[in-house]
Ligand binder design. Structure first.
Ligand code: HEM
Length: 319
């Protein structure tokens, strides 16, 4: 469906981008809760609050991921069959794609993971349910790798590309995906007057920043592998639409990185001050605002990736 006359299937690109962002937000909330927030909490009341807040983020993310995932499947199946959506439904093409293609098989697997995750989120009061939710969410984000360019390779190089893409996706959930949970927690902590919230917020911001450093390292290293496999040369990076779009994505990533570094080295240390100190309140506001900017940049990156996966990789195009 070429809505804009650009040769780009816009509804497909949008549904992919929304699905990537929502799935990353879902997995990010559960990673944030298990690895960053819960170990830093000081009271049962705070633990229940943070658990519930992240449960809401994960549930909302899953609902959006499910809706966009269904749209993505329908539009992709129609595109694969070379039919309009109406014709694909009438011709049973959806069933053929579901049962006879790799995309259909991975979609079935992802549907099972989404249903498991929904069940676990419903019974979130049980510890085992919370761990299974985390595992299903990681599975849901990692299996996106089975739907794109990363499955086109063969042999050792193909295996390396697929592994890199799985790690790329998990790291994208942990860092940009977890930012939504961090921003919400900071906004809540800002309105609490007691020191316990202030010191927990600082601890949580530091822990998230450490997770972010690992995430950034993994995103960068695996992004380089992806780029090597799909672009292959500087000439293709500069001389093709695919390469230039990827370049834009890398610039947005660098901007996110600069903001994260400013948060870590200049803003977070100011949370040390007493609760009534004005600089501490300003620091809280800055951290929340910077996290929102990072989230917006992350969304733009998911938008670009939604498009990149529908284009021919630069390595197959002569610039
Ligand atoms: C915040 C930073 C980033 C996020 C959130 C992000 C997210 C993603 C996502 C969701 C995908 C889709 C995976 C798939 O379809 O299987 C992807 C693919 C990719 N990423 Fe990233 N990425 C980031 C940074 C980078 C960086 C720094 C590089 C390069 C050094 C990079 C290079 C790539 C490439 C080449 C692909 C393959 C696109 C395709 O399938 O055609 N990414 N990224």
């Amino acid at each position: 469906m070429d809505w804009l006359g650009t040769g780009i299937d816009s509804p497909l690109v949008v549904s992919r981008a929304v699905h990537f962002a929502a799935t990353a937000m879902t997995a990010g909330a559960l990673i944030f809760r298990a690895v960053v927030a819960e170990p830093a909490l000081w009271s049962e009341e705070a633990a229940v609050f943070v658990r519930t807040q992240n449960l809401c983020v994960a549930s909302l993310g899953l609902a959006v991921a499910a809706a966009s995932g269904v749209c993505w499947f329908l539009l992709q199946a129609a595109a694969m069959a070379g039919l309009s959506l109406k014709e694909a439904i009438a011709d049973n093409a959806l069933l053929v794609v579901m049962n006879e293609t790799q995309f259909g098989f991975v979609s079935e697997l992802r549907l099972a993971l989404a249903i498991t995750l929904a069940g676990c989120l419903t019974y979130d009061r049980y510890t085992s349910s919370r761990w299974l939710a985390l595992a299903s969410a990681l599975g849901l984000i990692a299996t996106i790798a089975g739907t794109g360019h990363a499955v086109s390779g063969v042999g050792e190089a193909g295996f390396m590309h697929l592994t890199a893409d799985v790690l790329h996706l998990i790291a994208a959930a942990a860092w940009p995906g977890g930012l939504v949970s961090l921003a919400l927690l900071l906004a809540t902590a800002r309105h609490h007057k007691d020191l316990a919230w202030a010191s927990a917020a600082k601890d949580i911001t530091r822990r998230f920043s450490t997770l972010g450093i690992v995430g950034v390292g993994v995103i960068f290293a695996t992004g380089v592998v992806n780029t090597w496999m799909l672009v292959g040369s500087m000439q293709a990076l500069i001389g093709t639409d695919y390469g230039r779009l990827l370049g834009l994505k890398i610039s947005l990533f660098a901007t996110m990185l600069a903001i994260a570094a400013a948060n870590r080295f200049f803003v977070t240390p100011r949370l040390d001050l007493r609760p009534e100190d004005a600089p501490r309140l300003v620091a809280f506001r800055q951290l929340t605002r910077n996290s929102m900017i990072e989230i917006a940049l992350g969304m733009a990156i998911f938008g670009i990736v939604g498009l990149l996966g529908t284009l021919h990789p630069a390595i197959h195009i002569s610039p």
